[in-house]
Design a protein around this ligand. Sequence first.
Ligand code: ADP
Length: 245
Amino acid sequence: MDDAPGGETTPVVSAVDVTRTYTRGDTGMFGRGSAPSVQALDGVSMSIQPGEVVGIEGPSGSGKSTLLHLLAALDIPTSGTVSLAGTATDQYSGRERTKLRLEYVGIVFQRFHLLPSLTARSNVALPLVEAGWSKSARRDRATELLSDVGLDTRTTHRPGELSGGEQQRVAIARALATEPALVIADEPTGELDSQASTRVLELLRRITDEDRAVVLASHDPQAIEACDRVVRLHDGQVRERTAPQ
Ligand code: ADP
């Protein structure tokens, strides 16, 4: 990561006074809106450095997924600024944001989101198709990533032939394919038993050794415990922050 002027490290991602309001019922055939808008985030600020694993915790509806979407540049704030690798995400067109995301962000979902008809290796290689890699380079990279996550004997298995923990490791390998600076994980252990969760959390910890940052949202105490620090949300606001350990 480049150094910012003044010698400080540029955060992998930062949010400054971010608000996200979902407006409902204010377009289309129903004319003037009657449904109230929802303020999912209200004045959230945070800054995430390379090498950190940061947990986002909070009750259902507190704004965790909305925040992850903004940090991943899947969405832009209603007000305030999210900067990814030093770039404000709202400065770009949708297409440019997709490119920014491809370069900088890997996303791991709770339910893995693997394509059932493809082998583990083809699932991991998918982001590299979009990134324009050749077929043989994709195959080599996906094989290497699956070996890194301890699945070298499962490369030709399809998701249905893998355990939940193995599928989640395939999903993490896929998220790492383009060497993103930021890995965003939404409830990465939500579907896993404790032993599989431990492996997945160890893996997320290990990938920050390469100066990546991981942001994970979770209800799972084991996942939250594994973070360097935790930001607690309540009703779209930061309620509490733990200090780095
Ligand atoms: P969490 O991930 O903590 O459960 P969310 O970020 O999903 O919270 O939701 C925060 C609030 O925003 C909730 O009140 C939710 O109902 C609302 N919300 C989320 N997505 C939308 C949407 N697309 N349209 C309208 N309201 C939404």
